[in-house]
Design a binder for this molecule. Structure first.
Ligand SMILES: NC(=O)c1ccc[n+]([C@@H]2O[C@H](COP(=O)([O-])OP(=O)(O)OC[C@H]3O[C@@H](n4cnc5c(N)ncnc54)[C@H](OP(=O)(O)O)[C@@H]3O)[C@@H](O)[C@H]2O)c1
Length: 274
């Protein structure tokens, strides 16, 4: 059994699945092979993954639809985390819309597509510079009071924004970019540790880039592991609040990534990577 982690009152295995990669190229439109995408999602469940991360903007909408098609009725204990607050007018655009009315509509859409009455973890995808941050978070707090969200999470925030949001409602998680090649959110990770908030590093594999680093490749070779497994084991060793969500559209990569939960890096490896 995998080691576990708490997101407020929810307990999940420490390696989650970032579902973004199962929709079409550039996270736009349907996948080339819908049945293959379903197989990846179902294989994750078979491997014991019980935390899936998605967003209404992935596809847009397609990712949530694929999850429901492949997995509904959901197995007991499965936590699906989704996000709202970004618009996709075209493939390369990820435009923030943090207006409360938009977030309410986005949440209703996610509930419908995911076939849920309440979303276990609903994350504000990114602060919208055009909208007071407190208004966006306030909309999620209202939805939580209305019973449509179990826990509120944030994404792409600073420590100051995390502190500001916590004055409005309890925050269960933060999802920021963090991996062996990008530690710019180290201060946010430390704040999450201090506050007992789950930290979901996005791009845990640096979107594949960190796997090319020579240091990682050489540690992987010594441990008879793969670079992806070293990158994920490093994240797991880095902090007790870390919940990595590696993404893939490949079953062999998924199997390899899940197996990383059992890989222990030696003190010398951790020192070399730090
Ligand atoms: N909050 C945000 O703003 C935000 C932004 C980006 C992502 N996210 C979330 O974070 C999740 C993870 O991010 P991500 O999927 O973009 O990046 P990632 O997990 O760092 O890397 C995924 C990339 O690495 C490849 N890969 C995966 N496993 C591999 C393995 N074992 N060996 C070699 N290559 C491997 C994948 O290709 P293959 O398909 O070929 O395996 C894919 O190209 C997303 O799914 C999404 O849920 C959130």
């Amino acid at each position: 059994m995998q080691p576990q982690i708490k997101i407020a009152d929810l307990t999940v295995n420490r390696l989650g699945f970032g579902a973004m990669r199962v929709c079409g190229p550039q996270v736009w439109g349907p996948p080339r092979d819908r049945a293959a995408a379903h197989r990846v999602l179902r294989r994750a469940i078979e491997l014991g993954v019980d935390f899936f991360d998605t967003a209404d903007s992935y596809g847009p909408h397609v990712d949530e639809e694929l999850i429901a098609e492949a997995l509904h009725p959901y197995p007991k204990g499965l936590v699906i985390a989704t996000k709202g607050g970004l618009l996709r007018p075209r493939p390369a655009a990820w435009d923030p819309d943090g207006r409360p009315a938009h977030l309410q509509r986005a949440l209703e859409g996610s509930l419908k597509r995911l076939r849920l009455e309440r979303i276990d973890l609903y994350q504000l995808h990114a602060p919208d510079p055009k909208v007071p941050f407190a208004d966006s978070v306030g909309a999620l707090a209202d939805a939580q009071r209305a019973g449509k969200i179990r826990h509120v999470g944030l994404s792409n925030v600073s420590v100051a924004q995390l502190e500001q949001a916590r004055k409005i409602c309890p925050i269960a998680s933060v999802q920021n970019e963090y991996n062996l090649g990008d530690r710019s959110s180290e201060d946010v990770l430390k704040a999450c540790e201090r506050l007992g908030i789950a930290f979901l590093p996005w791009y845990p594999l640096g979107a594949g880039q960190v796997l090319r680093k020579e240091k990682i490749k050489s540690i992987a070779k010594t441990l008879k592991a793969t670079p992806a497994q070293v990158a994920l084991a490093w994240l797991l060793a880095k902090s007790p609040v870390m919940l990595p969500i590696p993404g893939t559209a490949s079953i062999p990569h998924l199997e390899e990534n899940v197996a990383a939960a059992a890989l222990e890096l030696r003190a010398a490896d951790l020192a070399a990577l730090d």
